[in-house]
Design a protein around this ligand. Structure first.
Ligand SMILES: O=C[C@H](O)COP(=O)(O)O
Length: 330
């Protein structure tokens, strides 16, 4: 994962390794003071899809940017080595070579590949030399209700198998009961079990009841050292939504303003259309700024988004797209 270094002129460049979020002591006053004005958030969320902050001419470049931010995912009970190998081949070359060439985007890959623990070794082997990290969903994904010591052990096994990123699931009960101390301890122990691997905390927001709970759980996980906060497993009945995203990215902004540490954001579950990806990117640009539009601070958790983006790019290339627009990708 990369983070900016500063040039002599004071410009920030994404070149060095991102320091891990060191976390902080649990600040219960801050957690309890976190609010979410549901009607205001829902009103704002409704305006987002209609906004045109990504100009049509630049859409192909933005769609390529979106590809670079995808955790290309397969999380099915019938996953096989063959399926994971095909997924990894797609991660290495996400779009047809002739399209990429026409777009001037050679070398484009997805941000990571995301699989169950059982498939980590296969994915690591298939991605060798590509620089694409493997993310494992561990800790009894998706419900996170297996015995606690097994959830911690599973993290260690995934790291040992070569996962550089671990997506953990939190215990929803801690949030629903307002037991912030228990959530903080769980997240801290899971983060410690990750060692050098980066940890994404899946809140399963569709099961947390209120947006205020989402805000509070986001803060607690960041205080306990989560490097990313992620909306959903993709298996809840409600997964990533724009209102939930507004709440989580504003919690990320608060955390950055108070601690100086940038925590990443991963909306996941049900994001399958190119136009939805563009809405998320413009939301991040508006609320957090360009620095968050890099793979070390933003990912889409998605199994079928890439297919739709590829279709849209094909349309651009065979229609009116001009390669001179590719600077928008920079
Ligand atoms: O973390 C990623 C999600 O499980 C993917 O969900 P999806 O299959 O709805 O894209």
């Amino acid at each position: 994962m990369h983070t900016p270094t500063t040039t002599a002129e004071g410009h920030q460049l994404p070149t060095a390794l991102e320091p891990r979020n060191p976390g902080m002591a649990l600040d219960l006053d801050w957690v309890r003071s976190a609010q979410a004005n549901t009607s205001a958030i829902e009103r704002r969320a409704k305006t987002l899809p209609g906004r045109r902050s990504v100009k049509k001419d630049y859409q192909a470049a933005w769609l390529c940017k979106a590809i670079s931010l995808i955790d290309l995912t397969t999380l099915s009970g019938d996953d096989s080595q063959g399926r994971v190998e095909r997924l990894c081949a797609k991660a290495k070359q996400p779009v047809r070579a002739d399209l990429l060439e026409a777009l001037g985007m050679t070398g484009l890959t997805t941000g990571a590949v995301c699989v169950y623990h059982d498939m980590v070794e296969t994915a690591v082997g298939a991605l060798q030399g590509s620089g694409i990290p493997v993310a494992a969903v561990s800790t009894g994904f998706p419900a996170g209700l297996s015995p606690y010591h097994l959830r911690i052990a599973e993290i260690g096994e995934s790291v040992k198998a070569g996962a550089e990123e671990i997506d953990i699931v939190i215990t929803r009960r801690h949030v629903l009961q307002g037991n912030w101390q228990a959530l903080y301890e769980e997240m801290s122990e899971m983060r410690a079990a990750c060692g050098d691997a980066h940890v994404k905390a899946i809140l399963a927001t569709g099961e947390l009841g209120t947006l205020r709970n989402v805000a509070r759980a986001s803060l607690v996980c960041m205080m306990a050292g989560a490097d990313f906060i992620k909306t959903s497993t993709g298996k809840e009945s409600v997964n990533a939504t724009l209102p939930v995203s507004l709440v989580m990215i504003r919690a990320i902004r608060d955390y950055y303003e108070r601690t100086g540490f940038r925590v990443g954001y991963k909306p996941a579950g049900g994001i399958s259309k190119a136009k939805d990806a563009l809405v998320y990117l413009s939301l991040i640009k508006d609320e957090l700024g360009d620095r968050w539009l890099q793979p070390d601070l933003f990912r889409f958790g998605a199994s079928s988004l890439l297919g739709d983006i590829e279709r849209q790019l094909e349309h651009h290339v065979t229609g009116h797209y001009s390669a001179s627009h590719r600077h928008a990708m920079a």
